[in-house]
Ligand binder design. Structure first.
Ligand code: B4P
Length: 193
């Protein structure tokens, strides 16, 4: 039996941080669309050149590009028994495409983990990472503001979509140490470390 878990929440909430720890406990690969785009950008592939300005502005990469990339990644051998999806879907259209991709192989989104923290905390975390890592989209307060608005307008409706389509939606308090948040998520998923 496969298990597909969507890790959901606004920029800076801890998705990437948690995914890196959860993938081992869940024994599935971590698929981060943000990481995949940044990798293309770093290698200056055609895709990387196309998305560079979009990432810098904090806008969403067009669905056609993102969906094709995810379809390809989820089709790879290591994702046959499931995956931890981080940063995808980011709008309801992507959520519907993901349902189609998984439905074609008789799988589905099993759990949606929604990590929550206050807006002030998100901004603090992103600016701190911007300083530590040099990541361009974490350094400009206007870009951070845009990313948070994009989340509210385009991404947040996915939660409602998943609730209406009967998925297990787990709301997790993202404030605390990284280990505390991991424990809360694993407990909600019924997984032992
Ligand atoms: P992402 O890479 O997904 O970036 P993100 O939303 O900022 O979250 P991330 O996972 O990296 O950060 P985390 O919360 O773990 O996307 C980047 C861009 O790619 C998007 O803006 C968009 O342009 C594009 N993109 C990606 N997916 C797309 C899609 N599906 N469709 C279209 N476009 C797409 O961590 C943030 C910071 O908080 C870290 O520094 C961490 O150390 C800290 N932190 C984590 N947990 C903490 C805790 N418990 N306490 C204190 N600090 C904590």
């Amino acid at each position: 039996m496969s298990r597909f878990v969507v890790l959901f929440g606004p920029p800076g909430v801890g998705k990437g941080t948690q995914a890196a720890l959860l993938k081992d406990a869940l024994k599935v690969p971590h698929i981060s669309t943000g990481d995949m785009f940044r990798d293309h950008k770093k290698r200056q592939t055609d895709l990387g050149k196309r998305v560079e300005a979009i990432l810098a502005a904090g806008d969403l990469v067009p669905d056609s590009v993102t969906n094709d990339m995810v379809r390809d990644r989820v089709g790879q051998a290591d994702a046959q028994a499931g995956a931890l999806l981080d940063g995808y879907p980011r709008n309801v259209a992507q959520a519907k495409v993901l349902d189609g991709i998984l439905g074609d192989r008789k799988a589905k989104v099993d759990d949606v983990v929604v990590i929550q923290v206050s807006k002030d905390e998100l901004i603090d975390r992103l600016l701190k990472r911007g300083k530590d890592s040099g990541r361009a989209d974490d350094q400009d307060p206007d870009v951070i503001d845009n990313r948070l608005n994009v989340y509210g307008e385009q991404s947040e409706p996915c939660i409602d979509y998943y609730e209406k389509t009967g998925k297990r939606v787990h709301r997790i308090d993202g404030v605390g140490t990284v280990a505390e948040v991991t424990d809360r998520i694993l407990k909600a998923l019924g997984v032992e470390r």
